[in-house]
Structures are given as C-alpha cells and as structure tokens.
Design a protein around this ligand. Sequence first.
Ligand SMILES: Nc1ncnc2c1ncn2[C@@H]1O[C@H](COP(=O)(O)OP(=O)(O)OP(=O)(O)O)[C@@H](O)[C@H]1O
Ligand SMILES: [Mg+2]
Length: 359
Amino acid sequence: MADGPIQLTDVQAILKDFRDPESGRSIHDFEQVKNVQLDGDRLSLTLELTSWAAPIWQDVCDALSEKLQAALPGLRSVRIDRRIHARAPQKLGEIGLTAKTVIAVGSGKGGVGKSTIAASLAFALQRAGSRVGLMDSDVYGPSIPHLLGLSGRPMIENNRLTPIFKNGMPVMSMGLLVPKEEAVIWRGPMLHGAVTQFLRDTDWGDLDYLIIDMPPGTGDIALTLSQLLPLTGAVVVCTPQDVALLDAIKAIHMFRKVNIPVLGIVENMSGFVCPDCGKKYDIFGSGGARKQAEESDLPFLGEVPIQLAIREHGDAGTMEANFTDANVAPSFEKIAYRLVKNLAASAAAAPPQPSLPVL
Ligand SMILES: Nc1ncnc2c1ncn2[C@@H]1O[C@H](COP(=O)(O)OP(=O)(O)OP(=O)(O)O)[C@@H](O)[C@H]1O
Ligand SMILES: [Mg+2]
C-alpha cells in the first residue's frame, strides 16, 4: 500500500479479500461489514457472522484485525464489533432437512462414549451460539434421553414429529417414542424407515448443525444416512487401547465405503484424572488415537479423560452440567472448536459458492 494517510479504499480492498468462514465468500461482497469508520489511524467496523461460525467468532475477528494491521502498518487501532448475520435456511438433500452441517458420531465399538461425545459436542456448539439439533439414531439402544434426562413424548401433528427440547435444543430419539422397558425388534427396512422419519418428519427448524449419535458397530445406519442426505462427515470416537483403535480403523473404512468423509478422531477415556489429587493416570495408555489420526491423515480433534463427573452426570441425566465444571468443559469445547475450525478451513479452500439470498 502507498505511504501516507490510510484511505478507506485501502481498507475496503482488504475486506474484499477476507472470506466468511461458513460460506467461503467475501465478507465485503456479501455485505457482512457495516459501519466502517476510519478516523485518522483508528478503524472501527461491525462484522456480521453467521451463528454457524459462533465457536470460532473470536478467531475470525482476530484474523481480520491482524490482516488489516499487517497490510496497513499505520493503523493504530482496529475495533471490530460483532453481529449475527442471518442467512436463508439451507436445504440439505431432498428430504426437507434445513441444516448447514450434519455430523455423525460413530465408532467401531460399543461403550466408548459415542453418545457422551455426541451430546457434548451438540451442547458445546449450542453454548457457543450455534443452532443445533441432536438425533439419536441408535434405534435398538437409545441412550440420549437418559443422558440428557429427557421425558415427555414427541407430539405428532399433521404427520410431523415435534422434538423434545433440552435447553432449547431439539432432540429426537426412539427412546422418546417407545417405553424404556419395551424391547424393540427391528428389521432392516424398519430401521431405515425410523431413521428416515427422524430426519424427514421431525420439526428440526433451521439448524446450523445436526449431530447424529450412531449405534455401535458398523453398517446399516451409516448406509441409510448416506443414502438420505449428503452428510458433512463423521467423527470417530475411540479409546486408547489397541483393540479399540483397530475398531476405529474399521469405522473409518466403513464411513469411507459409504462416502461419508471422516472429519476427525476423538480419544475418549484418555487417562484417568483422580478427583482427589487431579493427577492423570494413563490406565489404557493415551495418545494412541492422535497417532492413529496422523497415520490415517485425519485431524485429531481432542481427548477427553475418564472423569467421575462425566459418568455421574450421564447417569443422573444432567450432562449439560459438565459445562459448568471447569475441569471437564474445556475438553469438550476444544473438540467443537477444532471441528468448526477445520470445516471453515475447508470452506475457505473450496471454490466460491453461488450467491444465496440474504435475509
Ligand atoms: N470420559 C468419560 N469419563 C467417564 N465416564 C465416561 C466418559 N465417557 C463416557 N463415559 C461413561 O461411559 C458409559 C458409556 O458411554 P456412552 O453411552 O456415551 O458410550 P457409547 O459408545 O455411546 O455406548 P453404546 O455403544 O452402548 O452406544 C456411560 O456411563 C458414560 O457416562
Ligand atoms: Mg451410545
């Protein structure tokens, strides 16, 4: 840039070049920058960002500020105020679901903490400011209603299911429709039907993220999901033990086989944190999933140690309480943050999308 006083046109050139983390389009071209005021060497502006990007809002503002200051060394201060940018609902696939990003949380093995991670991911995204839904696709052994302490039955009106809400988050699960003690015997086509109905006939509203808790093992449900809609991808949960890692590899292959991209690996039960002394013991070892992620060329999204509070809150149906516990919350929040950061990086690398109406 030329020496001398900073011009508004210099600022605009930089804004034009800065991309929205969700759409990958120029924030300037899509009118996401308002109230640009240059007062000598002080700049202030309002940046509108979508609720989808809520977990990384601070990073985006910091990146813009750094970019402006690097390009315009004479700039003494940059103030960025944030506002929500409303975008039109985005239909995903043909089934009428309006969600920007759909993420399946799965593993090759039972009991590794899929439901715990799925629900925590949903809470973390929602607490950051995104609009999130949680769908339990474990039709045989639904555990989301128990972990979240949900009761009540979804109403059916005009052939539409009203989900049950937890802290404003819509949740749907077979456990809400069938009495707990009743064993459900499903055959393949019925399973497909139930998952289809959950996705197609539930009033999810306009979502940024739909998180799907997968049943243990490989197979049917992933195939059904992949046939119903273009999933953004899957998060694979595993424990540090070798055997669980082998199962994780199976899960990665399974998702790839049905064309569901794997977004990353989470290591759950990664060491035990003693509630009395805070010391971490590597009961099953730790770090194996990180190594596996590197070897498989997949992002490692984070680790969650074994913590008594997680098990207790799960049993008591108060999982959201994990987020008011400073020893537990950060590990879940980091996973949500890294996931969104990676998705935004993919959006930035993708060719610009066609324009969408702005509300
Ligand atoms: N990091 C953790 N620390 C302590 N307890 C945990 C942790 N993760 C999960 N648990 C507990 O382990 C049990 C199994 O977790 P969860 O139901 O999430 O596993 P899952 O993989 O979904 O199981 P399934 O294969 O049966 O669906 C639950 O009691 C849960 O509270
Ligand atoms: Mg489960």
